[in-house]
Design a protein around this ligand. Structure first.
Ligand code: F6R
Length: 263
């Protein structure tokens, strides 16, 4: 796991954006895995800027969302598909129909989950997956206690997650959905490359469990310790509970130097 600790959000976004430019330059037809929530928004803004300057194109790429609330009408402003269009995909050149998410308003969410998993397989899997992390350690909406080998499924949201997300629903907990459709941990682990962004003190405990804790169902993100291409981008607050923060910074900078010298 690469752990990169940077002083501010814009540096995190700049670095995260290079993962997209590098990938799409090599493989314009790449399949992107997109997270919603606030953590990746500055990166999406940066990608929009690069697109407007003609430095990146998504015209042959595909994108799949990690998760979706169940029970919101399809046109509700807080559905994740509406959110991603507004914050990112409608501002760049994805082809019509190239961006999809789990259908949270499907009549049979269990069947819809199985079908979404198949869609991902049909697309050849995710080349680059963006992740955030919940304060309870969830990635996508995989909440504590779930199977470490889960695939796309209906997930009951934890109280903590609903409280954290009430800010998107006028701070009214009763309006936050109780269920979601989410990619599972094993779905996420099949992505070829993963970047995870976390900012703020509220994520520090989950980040420490992800990077330095034991792999456990309690802290679902810890499964990423078994993936061989994960880069975790943190600000100093999110990194504040890491015991070996100095070493991670030293290791990252040393590796960048070596790569720079050999280019
Ligand atoms: C959203 C998602 C969630 C969020 C997490 C952090 O698609 O999968 O796991 O990444 O809840 O949310 P923010 O970034 O809003 O703190």
């Amino acid at each position: 796991m690469n752990i990169v600790i940077l002083p501010d959000t814009s540096q995190i976004a700049d670095l995260a954006a290079t993962f997209y430019t590098d990938l799409l330059e090599k493989n314009p037809k790449a399949v992107l895995g997109l997270a919603t929530g606030s953590s990746p928004v500055p990166t999406y803004k940066k990608l929009i800027e690069l697109y407007e300057r003609g430095e990146i194109s998504f015209k042959d790429a595909k994108a799949f969302l990690l998760d979706e609330y169940v029970g919101l009408p399809a046109d509700h402003p807080q559905t994740y598909i509406t959110f991603i269009k507004k914050e990112f995909t409608d501002h760049v050149d994805f082809a019509e129909g190239a961006v999809q998410g789990p259908p949270g308003s499907a009549d049979d969410p269990f069947k819809a989950a199985a079908e979404y998993e198949k869609e991902l397989e049909k697309a050849g899997g995710i080349d680059l997956q963006m992740l955030g992390i919940g304060s309870d350690g969830h990635i996508a909406f995989n909440e504590p206690g779930g199977a470490l080998s889960s695939v796309t499924h209906l997930q009951v949201l934890a109280e903590q997650t609903r409280e954290d997300n009430a800010r998107f629903f006028d701070d009214d907990l009763d309006r936050v959905p109780k269920f979601s459709l989410t990619q599972g941990l094993s779905t996420i682990m099949r992505a070829k490359k993963i970047i995870l962004i976390a900012q703020g003190e509220g994520k520090a405990e989950a980040v420490a469990a992800l990077v330095e804790g034991g792999v456990s169902a309690r802290w679902q993100a810890s499964i990423l310790q078994y993936h061989n291409d994960v880069t975790v981008l943190l600000d100093e607050e999110a990194a504040s509970k890491l015991q070996l923060a100095d070493f991670y910074t030293y290791a990252w900078e040393s590796e960048q130097e070596l790569r720079g010298a050999s280019n």
